[in-house]
Write a protein that binds this ligand. Structure first.
Ligand SMILES: [Zn+2]
Length: 60
């Protein structure tokens, strides 16, 4: 698994972030958070998450 350095979205395969189309990833991240409903979630708003999925809380 790796996390997008731009928006912190976590992907398990592929090379393009489905959330922001970035191709800049890091496999070094701490905890992860699952967003089920990006539009209604308070956490999603704080993270800047736009789509549902897993996000890294902190990228090293
Ligand atoms: Zn991204």
């Amino acid at each position: 698994m790796k996390a997008c350095k731009n928006c912190r979205y976590i992907i398990e395969q592929g090379n393009v972030c489905p959330a922001c189309q970035s191709t800049d990833f890091s496999d070094k991240f701490n905890s992860q958070i699952i967003i089920f409903d990006a539009e209604k979630s308070e956490i999603a708003r704080k993270l800047g998450a736009k789509i549902a999925g897993k996000y890294a809380v902190r990228i090293k």
